[in-house]
Ligand binder design. Structure first.
Ligand code: AMP
Length: 219
């Protein structure tokens, strides 16, 4: 792949706000947003061959095989060959994926930013999360409810809960995070490419901190 592109990776446990923040940063810095979770959910929703392969794994809160997600990321990056850079959310999820990404991003500047949040807050964010299957808008029944319960303010569609945001699945997702994804922090740390921000504050506060950090990284 030719040309130097910036690659920003958002790390952090499920519920840290990676998706919300990645959307904001991608608009602000003109980066292509790649969310492997969103892409996989769309495959499941559309009933594709890939979707049927990954559906049960995702519903159980476990990780989809590295080769499948690696291919998704590689083809997304290839598809946007003229982009200034990328912001990845949900990838890499383990050290094998991190190594694969560093191979794809041969020589590009790569930065990993972890959004840190206490576990208690995460569980509330995840169990309260609802999304609109119509327009993709995200709500939280505790922190940012829609004006009419269960209905999207933007397009009037009925809101739904992600199957993996049920309490029993959340425990498994957090276990997988601690076991497999936390070592990714050490990986980028040892490369001198690791940063952290406090993700416990409100969405605009976290967005401000992240924007300042990415602004500094840009220079
Ligand atoms: P997310 O929306 O990032 O929380 O991802 C939802 C689910 O999609 C995860 O629990 C995994 O089952 C799957 N998934 C997303 N990204 C990856 C990845 N990089 N590696 C493996 N599985 C993934």
């Amino acid at each position: 792949m030719s040309g130097k592109k910036k690659l920003i990776i958002l790390l952090g446990p499920p519920g840290a706000g990676k998706g919300t923040q990645a959307k904001k940063i991608s608009r602000e810095f003109d980066l292509v947003h790649i969310s492997t979770g969103d892409i996989l959910r769309n495959e499941v929703r559309d009933g594709t061959e890939l979707g049927s392969k990954v559906k049960e794994i995702m519903n159980a809160g476990d990780l989809v095989p590295d080769e499948l997600v690696g291919e998704i990321v590689r083809s997304c990056i290839e598809k946007h060959s003229s982009a200034a850079g990328f912001i990845l959310d949900g990838y890499p999820r383990n050290v094998t994926q991190a190594e694969f990404l560093m191979c794809i991003a041969d020589g590009w500047p790569v930065y990993a930013v972890c959004i840190r949040v206490e576990e208690e807050t995460l569980v509330k964010r995840l169990t309260g999360r609802r999304y609109c299957p119509g327009c993709g808008k995200i709500y939280n029944v505790y922190f940012s409810p829609p004006s009419t319960e269960g209905i999207c303010d933007a397009c009037g569609t009925e809101l739904v809960q992600r199957r993996d945001d049920r309490e029993e699945v959340i425990a498994e997702r957090l276990r997988v995070y601690h076991e497999q994804t936390r070592p990714v922090i050490d990986y980028f740390s040892s490369l001198g490419r690791y940063f952290e921000i406090d993700g416990s504050k409100s969405v605009p506060h976290v967005a401000q901190a992240l924007s300042e950090l990415v602004g500094v990284i840009e220079k």
